[in-house]
Design a protein around this ligand. Structure first.
Ligand code: ANZ
Length: 858
């Protein structure tokens, strides 16, 4: 789709002169900011402890498509907040860089016949240009790109520290494997169970892989969430569930006619007497043993193969069909002694708990559905406590009173739960355990465009870490990165592969897997504090001065993966003595998505909007103003709500962007209010830059200080940038009210313009700078202080109160802003009002202090 608005097409010359000429003015300021870098905080600078403000937005992946509207939103929010903090006297560090390793670079390079490095470099350059066009003030002196040796040297160095701390290890793991390309695949490359490249069905393979031991911090990652008082609850609850701490019982069910037992994990030992079958995950080691003796070995084997190809989330989705097959084998319920048939089922995961479930269809919904499908018995053991009937068509999952549970009948289920766990521990068939859902982080990728893992393998010494003084292990450029049948493309580069052992000097082989790109982004926030340091990842002095991040901004889609890794790395780096903090970011702002007609925007659906095209049609300031105004930062914006006149032109869908258009009109109105008076204003520069604006008119003082207060609080702590814009709209109307009195009201007008432009600057920086300059101000508006509001002016402020009788206006009053309801009603009975009421009785008084009183009479 293309936007059809053309603000210049129908404008007359006069209208053009009246309008803010963004096409000329915006590039002028961008060049100026580039030359003077008003927001740079050079890497050598240490901030004053009480003034530092580290604002970080999640850095982009430099895709081939350039900036999209989601970037536009997150970075505009960040820009406005950073500029606000800067004008409030903080030393704001707001760095930017690129999350530049990753699969799309390889795929795009294959498609276009370029090299991932060239493709990525080109995209990064383009991103930077586009970011400048948006007027975003980044401190490029601190730029990092994760694909540069200067950066990934430290990603590798950290890996070695993790290895030393036993936080990195290698073990066999099941990974996706494409039998046709003869290579492993990332989960993202598996589409509908098939290889995205050749559509061959993907299988699983057991391969040696590297892991980060995030589970070592499970408890701390969970507890730390309670300290994050300025993180959204939604993110914290997603993380809590992901970490997933459960208390329960691990119990052994002895096998019948075989040696050994099956261990299960249950959070509901109170349901033990209701177990009617047991389900093994297809990956459970016992399954392979049981297949041969099962009633139909071929069918069971085929079933197991098919299920193990499915993804966990597909298998366990609530609405996924619960399928299974009997193995023919039995075990024994350790509590009741009853025989229990053993099944294999799709809904049991191989890597959670013990990979086996005691099934209680009467009290677990998944088991219930499975039992219904396969006609397995349902045995109720808990009934509702108040004698209410249990549901007849679903599992009863609440606590209650025990029934059909041997000697325990009549006990409350919670009491029984404790008793049966005690008994299990005494009799030795079970123990209380804590189970975590969190798994260690598999970081090996059999891909080219990533950070090489800095270890070698020697026949004599096994795995040997690359010595720190030999870092970085460079990613070689000339590599056939197309999948060729080797596991990792780097294995096809002999110069890379063959090396010597750091221990014995003998022949050795390099690790040819690269790291998951999430590793790169787990620690970048630390590097920004000291980006050019060649001796250390970070100088502790710089780390202590800048960390933690004061405000971190990014999409809610990162709630789990990135934000969990980011917290994990923080704790691990703290324990290595690198940084002095427990949590990486004080405030987390998760911005809402920009969608279209309720759907995610995507190139393939053709429902994207190009921010640069919008800038060309309107202005960067208009796009910024619109995107901040359309919704509070954390809410969704549906672009479809802000367009009109959708139509076909030459077979192409086009439309008018009424939302951005309205923002542009607002900016034009500001221009027309102020620009004609620039000469007059230039004679009152002290007033324009006054730290706390002073007005001759008490009314103006009250109104302006109230607005400054609201806008300031909307920036911080509320971060309601949408109401900042409505505040600015009100302010512009107030400015307009002062114009007719000019030149008499000039001093108040100048004071108001000064406060207004400074509050506008974080939102529409080009326009604000230009008007500021045209009023004769010699330095950047960003060097001027944020206008301060005066509480005493506000306290003494009077407002107009409307007095009605039966809803009709009868009088106006000037009253104090903080007047009480009783006082207001007393004051409202003015002569005019009493005359209007006459002999009638007052039936009701509706008072809305301080602005309205309505007497209902009759
Ligand atoms: C019997 C039972 C009866 C269960 C009942 C629940 C309700 P959380 O809280 O998430 O830890 N479970 C155990 N291992 C599993 C696996 N590998 N795959 C799928 N499900 C598994 O959940 C623990 C419960 O999930 C366990 O308690 C077990 O079912 C199931 F009325 O055991 B329960």
């Amino acid at each position: 789709m293309t936007a059809a608005d053309s603000p210049t097409s129908s404008a007359t010359p006069q209208e053009r002169a009246d309008r803010y000429d963004a096409a000329a003015i915006e590039p002028k300021w961008q060049a100026r900011w580039r030359a003077t870098a008003p927001f740079a905080v050079p890497p050598s600078r240490l901030p004053a402890a009480d003034r530092k403000y580290y604002l970080l937005e999640m850095f982009p992946y430099p895709s081939g498509e350039g900036l999209h509207i989601g970037h536009t939103r997150v970075y505009t929010i960040g820009d406005a907040l950073a500029k606000f903090q800067h004008m409030n006297g903080r030393e704001v560090m707001r760095p930017m860089g690129f999350d530049a390793f990753g699969l799309p670079a390889e795929n795009a390079a294959l498609k276009h016949g370029t090299h991932p490095w060239d493709w990525t470099e080109r995209n990064m350059a383009r991103f930077k240009e586009q970011m400048e066009v948006m007027g975003w003030a980044y401190d490029w002196s601190r730029e990092v790109a994760t694909c540069t040796p200067a950066y990934y040297r430290w990603t590798q160095w950290l890996f070695l520290q993790f290895l030393k701390q036993d936080l990195a290890y290698r073990k066999k793991a099941w990974v996706n494997w494409c039998p046709s390309c003869n290579t492993t695949l990332a989960n993202e490359q598996v589409v509908d169970n098939a290889c995205e490249r050749c559509s061959t069905l993907v299988t699983k393979r057991d391969l040696e892989q590297w892991f980060y031991r995030i589970t070592a911090y499970a408890q701390e990652l969970l507890d730390g969430l309670d300290t994050l008082t300025h993180w959204p609850d939604s993110v914290k609850s997603l993380q809590r569930n992901w970490i997933g701490r459960s208390h329960g019982l691990e119990a052994a069910f002895p096998l019948v006619s075989r040696h050994g037992s099956v261990a299960i994990f249950t959070t509901r030992p109170d349901t033990l007497y209701g177990v009617t079958y047991l389900v093994l995950a297809p990956e459970h080691p016992l399954v392979a043993e049981l297949i041969a003796d099962s009633p139909d070995p071929a069918a069971l084997r085929a079933f197991v193969d098919e299920v193990s190809r499915q993804k966990d989330y597909e298998r366990t989705a609530e609405d996924a069909p619960k399928r299974g097959m009997p193995t023919g084998a039995y075990c024994k319920n350790p509590a009741s002694g009853e025989p229990v048939p053993i099944w294999v089922g799709t809904y049991v995961l191989g890597d959670y708990g013990t990979g086996a479930v005691m099934a209680v269809p009467a009290h677990d919904q998944r088991d219930y559905e499975f039992a219904l499908t396969y006609d397995l018995p349902v045995q109720t053991v808990i009934i509702p406590p108040d004698g209410a009937p249990a549901p007849s068509d679903a599992a009863y999952t609440e606590p209650g009173i025990m029934v059909a549970s041997g000697d325990y009948d009549g006990l409350p289920s919670e009491t029984f739960k404790a008793q049966i766990m005690d008994r299990a521990e005494q009799e030795g068939w079970g123990r209380r355990i804590v189970q975590w859902r969190l798994r260690d982080w598999l970081l090996s990728r059999q891909r080219y465009w990533g950070c090489p893992i800095p270890v070698v393998y020697c026949d004599t010494h096994g795995m040997v870490p690359v010595p720190e003084d030999q870092l970085p292990v460079l990613l070689p450029r000339d590599v056939e990165f197309k999948p060729t049948g080797q596991i990792s493309p780097l294995a096809t580069a002999p110069d890379f592969l063959h090396t010597t052992c750091p221990t014995c000097g003998g022949l050795a082989r390099r690790e040819t897997d690269t790291m998951d790109t999430f590793v790169d982004s787990s620690w970048y926030y630390v590097r920004y504090c000291d980006p050019t340091n060649e001796q250390a990842l970070v100088d502790p002095v710089h780390a202590a001065a800048w960390l933690p991040v004061d405000c971190y901004i990014g999409g809610i889609e990162h709630a789990i993966l990135h934000l969990m890794y980011f917290r994990f790395f923080t704790k691990a780096m703290r324990d290595m003595g690198l940084i002095p903090l427990d949590e990486p970011a004080r405030v987390l702002l998760t911005q809402g998505m920009v969608i279209w007609g309720g759907q995610k925007m995507s190139k393939s659906k053709g429902n994207t909007v190009d921010p640069l095209e919008l800038v060309a049609l309107f202005s960067a300031d208009a796009v910024r103003t619109f995107i901040l105004f359309a919704a509070p930062p954390d809410a969704q914006i549906d672009w479809a709500d802000h367009i009109e006149n959708e139509r076909l032109v030459d077979g192409k869908k086009v439309f008018d962007n009424k939302g951005v258009d309205a923002a542009q009109k607002f900016l034009n109105r500001i221009w027309r209010t102020i620009a004609p008076h620039a000469e007059l204003l230039a004679t009152m520069q002290d007033r324009l830059a006054a730290p706390s604006p002073e007005f001759a008119s008490p009314e103006a003082a009250g109104a302006w200080h109230a607005l400054i207060r609201e806008i300031t609080l909307d920036f911080e702590p509320r971060q309601h940038l949408n109401t900042v814009i409505s505040g600015l709209m009100k302010a512009n109307n107030l400015l307009g009210d002062l114009v007719p009195g000019l030149p008499g009201t000039a001093p108040d007008f100048a004071t108001a313009v000064g406060a207004f432009l400074r509050m506008l600057a974080p939102v529409a920086p080009h326009l604000a700078e230009d008007l500021w300059e045209s009023c004769g101000m010699a330095t950047s508006i960003f060097a001027a202080p944020w206008p301060a509001y005066n509480e005493s002016v506000l306290a003494s402020r009077t407002v107009t109160c409307v007095v009605q009788v039966n809803g009709k206006l009868r009088d106006n009053l000037q009253v104090a802003q903080d007047i009480t309801e009783d006082a207001l009603i007393a004051l409202a009975k003015t002569d005019k009002v009493t005359a209007s009421i006459g002999e009638a009785t007052i039936r009701k008084v509706i008072a809305r202090p301080p602005s309205l009183v309505n007497f209902v009479v009759g």
